[in-house]
Design a protein around this ligand. Structure first.
Ligand code: TYM
Length: 331
């Protein structure tokens, strides 16, 4: 059985983008795989986090993942800092990955912006930690949204260079598992930017904990253009907001973009937004309801994560010990 690893940063409340690009796929892949899902708190602090908020968000994310259908009995749900193997392997990978490789990472360029000299060094070596997350378990399949593809290519390059430099066949190749639809959900305020849990504007995203009224308001205010919807996907050229909203409706209702447009083509955004609002509310209500219930017992969430970390540690520890032996550390 192939092993799956994926992670999400507890740097905010997961969004509809996280759901469609990753979480929904994580739930489906539990059939037929051994899965590890990780709240990557080490990654989160590459940008400063309020400590109390980080603790709260880690628990809230655990609750959301359980509510969305992650089975923490059969599979493993844990927070990254509780398993020291991640940080130890990341250090080895800092010494394997080349600076030139990191300089090509588009996400670093986006996140650092003009402030490259002032961001943390953790943000720069972040992809090495991500590679360590996966390779510490010898995982081979990694379900992610489109924005993480480049990081997974780097994770393969790191594994190959490690194997080559130490003349071993130790780390296997990994494969990105990216959903065919909605792999990149865009901001509700700007169809050219990714929907992000760390965007300063809450109006730019749907949070998985938003109630029905908040969802309705955000969709009503979502940016559109003056034209009616086209009847075919080709008509979405140069209309990123229209494409994004139609893609979301398709992904949540199990229809292709063409099917959505066949139904709504020629209609103005008013009636379309009503249909979209009803669909988002229907899809998210069970998750937000169950999340609230789970959050009323934080002790239970902490126990789930602690048990997950013990089980994750049992897999990663021997693998990372072996990597440490390969590079020549005395054990
Ligand atoms: P993060 O926390 O930014 O996002 C978690 C997952 O959600 C996907 N995603 C999206 N998909 C579609 N549309 C969007 N707007 C959108 N925004 C986010 C991401 O692609 C991701 O799959 N570096 C990772 C976390 C990580 C990781 C790992 C992932 C750390 N270690 C090892 C896989 C394997 C990140 O910041 O994800």
């Amino acid at each position: 059985m192939q092993r799956i690893f994926s992670g999400i940063q507890p740097s905010g409340i997961p969004t509809l983008g996280n759901y469609l690009g990753a979480i929904r796929n994580w739930v489906a892949l539990q059939q037929g795989h051994e899965c590890l899902y990780c709240l990557v708190d080490l990654h989160a602090i590459t940008s400063w986090q309020d400590p109390a908020a980080l603790r709260d968000q880690t628990r809230t994310q655990a609750a959301i993942l359980l509510a969305a259908g992650i089975d923490a009995e059969t599979h493993i749900l844990f927070n990254q800092s509780a398993v020291s193997a991640h940080a130890r392997l990341a250090w080895i990978f800092n010494c394997v990955a080349r600076i030139g490789w990191l300089n090509r990472m588009t996400q670093f360029k986006d996140k650092a912006g003009k402030d490259r000299e002032a961001v943390s060094s953790g943000l720069y070596v972040y992809p090495n930690l991500m590679a360590a997350d996966i390779h510490a378990y010898h995982a081979t399949r990694v379900p992610v949204g489109d924005d993480q593809r480049q990081h997974l290519e780097l994770a393969n390059d790191i594994a190959q260079k490690f194997n080559h430099d130490y003349a071993v066949e130790f780390f296997p190749a990994i494969e990105a598992v990216v959903p065919p639809e909605a792999a990149r959900v865009m901001s509700l305020r700007d169809g050219t930017r990714k929907m992000s849990k760390s965007d300063p504007s809450d109006q730019s995203r749907i949070n998985l904990t938003d109630d029905a009224a908040t969802i309705a308001l955000k969709i009503r205010r979502a940016k559109t253009d003056p034209e009616p919807l086209p009847s075919e996907a080709a008509g979405l050229e140069g209309r990123p907001e229209a494409r994004n909203l139609a893609t979301i409706l398709g992904a949540l209702s199990g229809r292709t973009l063409d099917q959505v447009l066949a139904e709504h083509g020629g209609s103005g955004f008013g009636p379309f937004k009503e249909a979209l609002t009803a669909q988002v509310q229907e899809s998210l209500a069970p998750i937000s309801g169950e999340t609230q219930r789970l959050l009323s017992d934080p002790g239970h969430l902490d126990r789930v994560l602690r048990r997950g970390a013990e089980r994750a540690n049992a897999i990663a520890e021997p693998i990372v010990r072996e990597a440490e032996r390969i590079v020549g550390f005395l054990s």
